[in-house]
Every structure is written in C-alpha cells, then in structure tokens.
Design a protein around this ligand. Sequence first.
Ligand code: GLN
Length: 351
Amino acid sequence: MFINGLRIKMVVAATLIAACFIPATASAQVSRSPVAPRRELVESVVREAYEKFKGDTGGKNADYIPYLAQVDSRLFGVAIVSADNQVFTLGDVNYSFSIQSISKVFTLALAMEELGPDQVFQKIGSEPTGRPFNSVPAVVDMPTHTGNPLVNAGAIATTSLISGKDANEKWNKILAFYSKAAGETLKLIDEVYGSEAATNTGNKALSMLLAKYERIYADPFESVDIYTKQCSIGVNAFQLARMGATLANNGINPATRKQVIKREHIPYVLATMTVAGLYDSSGYWAWHVGLPAKSGVGGGIVAIVPGKGAIAVFAPPLDEAGNSVKAQKVIEYVANKLDFNLYSPASVGLK
Ligand code: GLN
C-alpha cells in the first residue's frame, strides 16, 4: 500500500504468510507494500508541497486549443489514491479538466487487451522520438513512423487499432474502459471536443502521413476524431489518481476490485510511460523523479508508484515541452521526500 498505517503488523503478516505457505491466491489479495510510508507522513509531505508551490506562476496555459487558453490558470488540485484505496486530496480536486494526452496510456492498455503487447509494439513502436509531441519530422524520420503510443502520431495509430463496427462503437468502448479504470462514469467535455475538433489540422496531417507509410489501421480522419474525443474526456484530480492507482495495483481498480487491465500488461504500459510520458522531458523526469508518469496539455499529470499507489496533480500552466509546471514540482517534491524513486534502493526500504 502507498500509505501504510500498520507497518509493523504488515511485516508480521508478511512473515506469517511466508511461514504458513498460504497459497499464492490468498497472498495475491494483499495490495499493500510493506515499505509504503505512513499515512500521516504522506499527508504532511503533500501539504508541504501544496503550500510550497501554490504561488508558483511559471508556465502558460496551452492555447493552441482555444478552450484551454481560458481555463483559470490558478486552479490547483492534488490527489493520492493508494493501492488499497486510501484517498488523500487537497485543493481543486472536483474541477473536471480534459484528460488530453493522459488518455493515450489507457487506449494503449485497451489496445493491448485486444491485440496483446507483441502486436501493439510491432504496429506502433516504443522508442522516444527526441522531438515534440506533435512532430511531423519525427513521423518521417523514425523507422517505425509511429514512434511510440504516447506521441500524437503513435497515439492516433493506437486509437485506430481499437475494434468496433463503427466509430460510435469504438468511442463508447474507449469511454467505458477509462470509466472502469476510474471506477466512475466519465463524460466527454463537449466544449473541449468542439474547440479541439475545429482546430486539429496538425493531427489530421499526421494521420494522412501515417496512411502514406501504412502505419494507421483504420480510416485516418475517423481515427483522429475518436482520438480527439478521448483527449476531451473530463476527469478531476481524484478520478485521475484512481486511474493511476489501477495501474499501480496490477490493473485492479482499488475501489471496485475489478481487473480492468491484464496484470501482465502493466509493466509494458509503465515502461512506455517512462520512455515518453513527459515527451522530451522524459529523461529529466526519469533522472529526477524516477516514476512512470503521463502529462496532458489540459494541465494534469499522473505518476505511478508500482504496488503503492498514484499521485495526480492538476494545474493548467505548462512548460515548453507541454507539461504542467506545478504538477511536475509537486510530484518531484513528494517522490523525493517519500523515497518513491524506483531507481533508488530506498524505494524498497534500503536506506
Ligand atoms: N489532444 C492534444 C493534441 O492532440 C493532446 C496533446 C497533449 O496532451 N500533449 O494535441
């Protein structure tokens, strides 16, 4: 568990499990890590981070989607959901913002449910592009053309892999899958969709280029339209944290206890987030934070602490790479204070 209120009991329980040879099925129910920090510590560190960065005025709302330019840039919410469904929230956590590129993670997971990881990586790829998220030259230059499932070209191609008898059936399948990951019914934000659909000429161009290379697997414009809808799904920070916690918890939603994503697919999803989740800042992020994460131009970032939980932060102003400035700062602060960096032995209790 992400937040551990009963650390000593947990260690005793783990010892008992080992000593009694309780079958794997019984121990598989335990969705908590014996090295997770105590709840009080998590709360105080998140409060500290919130206070420290709430006045930060760095960055600028995305404005290439007109709707996003007019969202209040002072909005700021932080939510944590642990693998055993403990919740801690602060600030504007009920405000529904567009999920944007964070959606790409869940469409990737859905594509893997349908085709399996080998097919997905053969059809899309998994390398960073070294270019901005909407790059045309990357599509031309990359040997796979699609790059990876988290840049726009690869994400549109991933959306094109989702099966259905028509566009509506594909869209409804995507929305239902995200809702299962959140444990709540999610909805399209119509104004975001309208605003983005009226201005997404760049993504349409990418889809046509992919068609030239035979790296898109359904009608290009239909795929862009479904992709634009998936990016316009509304989530609040809490719902986003719970979607992240589903990834942290072997694909099981901690609230509904339903297996949403096959457990064997989770490492591939998290590896992809490590490679490209923050676009061309993914290297910086791996270096300083060491957690798989995904950002969206709506201002959200979700970071996954495997086996422990997820933290989601919403704050609209973005840096040059398209990542929320405050969200990055809060997650970096919290991850360092709580020893979440996966590349640090401290993350498994070795200090
Ligand atoms: N819908 C946005 C786009 O395609 C998503 C980009 C993002 O969140 N980085 O441009």
